[in-house]
Design a protein. Sequence first.
Lengths: 329, 309
Amino acid sequence: MTAPLLEVQDLRTVFQTKEGIVKAVDGVSFELMPGETLGIVGESGCGKSVTAMSIMRLQRPGKIVGGKVLFKGQELTKMTEYEMREVRGKEIAMIFQDPMTSLNPVFRVGWQVSEPIRIHQGWDAKKSLASAVGMLGRVGIPSAATRARDYPHQFSGGMRQRAMIAMGLTTTPPVLIADEPTTALDVTIQAQILDLLRRVNNDFGTATILITHNLGVVAGMCERVLVMYAGKIVESGPTKDVFAHPKHPYTWSLLRSIPRLDADRHEPLKPIEGLPPHLVDLPPGCSFHPRCAFKVDRCMRDEPALLQVGETQKAACWVTQSGQELKGA
Amino acid sequence: MIGQSRVAELDMPTAAAEGAATRPAQSYWNESWERLSANRIGLAAGALIVVFAAIAIAAPLFSAVLTHFQPQSINLDITFKPPGAPNYLGTDELGRDTLTRIIWGGRVTLGVAFLTVAMSLTVGSSIGMLAGYYGKWVDDILMRIVDTVLAIPAIFLFILMSILFRPNAITLAAIIASVGWGGVARLVRGEVLSVKERDFILATRSIGARDFRLMLRHLLPNVLPVLIVSASLGVGQIILVEAALDFLGLGIQPPTPSWGNMLTNAESYFYHSFWLVIWPGIAIFATVLASNIFGNAVRDAFDPRLKSH
């Protein structure tokens, strides 16, 4: 078995707020293998984005208070800002949620897409622009040489996201973090962008962390998936196993709440009851117990750890760890 | 009719696609420039300032070719001459040619004004940028300094500084700019605070850009419009401040002519030689008015949202 490219160990990131300390990322551990696509799913505010930001050390105003991020054996959380800049954009690139605001409105797209090359390779404007134009072509921008001279406002949302992806790839980093890359796009464009990301993964062998709240996206894209809830990973495993036999009630409820084509269309959707907990004031025991259909007494007292459940999956749940199956109510 | 409109609808996509392929890149600057060129009055005001500046720069040439007088050459035989050849705008109490002195005075006055604006903008935008970008204690310290500077009544500071530093064009510019930068710093800080929260700054950080690159390459161009507007509106204000200081004898010292100090003496002779007041007065008035009109035009061009007001 090959060594993981990126290893996150017990990462903890907190935000100091007026109401108290928010543990946005609370002991998250996972690894990313070379060339794989890893999905991180969860509701808004469960810590997906903060996890990604913490890996890049861009979590300000949050603070990393514990844990390690090992990239090719180097500890990113201990690096100086200077060393970290060499990692950002060169080793790990990031794509953001809203392509409409992720490009600087006053510069031409080509100039921006070529910026990582100028920063990391130190190439001159002409050479870096030529390379950027090539990359824009590869991500499917028609007549890239001409469009590179356009300003961001002349690009559509899908094209801007393509440009952002091109920008991330110009330095061919081994890791790409895509933070909800399709959330701000409409459905047909979403499909195109996902297709592009899949192609990028194949062509460049870029390991991708795909952060999303869309389970459909994960099903179509990722080999492995992590499910996050309230700053913690509650379930992890190969996508097909997690989707077929969820081992955490949260995953189970999420999957059950998705509308299905083959379901009786007169039956109402089954949302997860209640709201995600306030991160300042987490319930004792398992954070999910107030919304859980399977809870036992122990869930309200003790916090479950993420342990092996079944052949391939891990789950942080007392119920499934005791061997019980999750069956629909 | 119905058939025709169908055809038009069907044609549209191709037309749009062709347009997309051929249209030139429209930058923010292009657009602003287009809006500015459409504003005739604003453009005329800008042109007037450029003409005045050109005349001021070419002052020695005008002395040699047009007026044949030097600004400081005294001739007591021709004191208080009314306008007419060879003294087109008359002479003053020492027989100095008013037109020559207006031209040379413009050199000083406009020079001081532009220099002051340049100094205020450089210092103000640097301080504002640092405060806005780094925030926290840097912001606190820098902005409290700005508050302090802006809390001092400007005219008393000018008087004090004029006594401490014998004013010439450069020190006078520095004196006026020593207060002017405060406003610019606040303006830039506010703008930086809003721009730095936008996603593209985070995106740029994520590609490994240094603070320096973020500030100079990404933030500065985004705050440039406010700077340009503040500069073009500032020129007029500074000319007024400078004229006031000169008039009070705290600015440019005679015999060097400036529009302001030309008025100092003129006031005593107003009843029999009114032209001594009129010409420098018109020069100041026209420049300040032109600068304000141009400044407004620039603001409208850069920020169309303000235009309705």
